[in-house]
Design a protein around this ligand. Sequence first.
Ligand code: SF4
Length: 459
Amino acid sequence: MNIPEVPAQLIQKYSRPGPRYTSYPPVPVWTPEFDETRYRSALSELAASPEESLSLYVHLPFCAISCAYCGCNATVTTKPEVVDTYLDRLAREIELVVPLLGKRRFVAQMHWGGGTPNFPTVEQLTRLVRLLEEAFDFLPEAERSIEIDPRIASRRQLRAIRNLGFNRVSLGVQEFDPDVQKAIGRIQPELVTKEVFDACRSLEFESVNLDLVYGLPEQTLPKFSRTIREIIAMQPDRVACFNYAHVPALRANQRKIDASTLPDPGERFDMFCNAIGLFEEAGYDWIGMDHFARRGDELAEAAEGKRLHRNFMGYTVKPAPHLLSFGMSAISEFGGYYAQNDARLGRYQTALDEGHLPIVRGHRLTDDDVLRRDAITNLLCNFELPLTSIERLVRRTRESNVPDEFDRLEPFVEDGLLRFDADRLVVTRTGRFFIRNICMQLDAYLRTGAPLPVFSKTV
Ligand code: SF4
């Protein structure tokens, strides 16, 4: 088995807080001055290209139980009727946004995330699909994906989800080990996950994916290794293997976790390296930072052909230039703008009741932002960058009298994480582990000297 080996001193050197770059610039740079008025005007600009299709994201924040490791915008409730109230507001939000888009728009991709998107009843899920289908034209080949919590999924519900047109599902697993499940407050018997997985296969979803997390309390290399072997035996199409971000200063629920039970950076690293070795041996390709796809899967082929894209919904084979999002905390990205809805449920709902779009922050990308965003995305997806892209950044950086990108990247070359070919910068296999650190060298906002927000560790 080809398990990557990374020297301990590199892990120590590069384990530092940094953005995950789901956007550039990252959310803490965005401003509250980007408000509803500016969002409405951005939507009107989008109306100028009516033939371009959209991606949709819908945030469904409700969960039955709070998990101690959770880093999502989630609201715990036992009352299904709160979903009805929320759906009323989603309907209102759609009703306010759609007229600003001009013509009726086509949708090429849709993703429902949470929270727990399968918390609503079948009737509620159906209502939401109908709302969206009334507002948009879904292309026949549109990808429709939804995150599923196997603990509350039933065969009836999964069949309904399939019949509603969803063709991709992601099941939250995290870790099979019972001690780890206890430590994170998420008891999910292995058998339950496997039954739900089998039900998804028998319903012929086009893609059945599993989400794992490493770096959890009580997790060890042998425990995670066993989980990976079980996962491989199930043969999912894709696997996301996220590094747990322990940020109790930001996430009150994480204060329930005893930090002394967390694996240290070296152990976490070993878990991830071992996962890479096991997945690759079993016929999966390592995609982007932390994903795996079966060889032959279109995501694996796009990665191989350097055609991978990434947005707030994750890695994708389709460039989705216009992402329109609905729901509490949802982030939209289109036409050089980012905009985020209020992450407080009460305020999100009140704004809509008062006839306002619940935008609380956003950002208009400058020309410099666009160059850096594209370069960072290219590195995160395809692990290479044309030298001409770096030269463009260097010309801009030199105007500000700080070390330029070539100077900043040189130490990574010396550490064997990067190499310069004739026409491009290439991230080495070892360098992939430190891709966030590499991207940080292109980030103009990290050079301002302003205090850094609380970011998770890069490795
Ligand atoms: S981890 Fe998932 S299921 Fe658990 S509280 Fe967070 S969003 Fe809900």
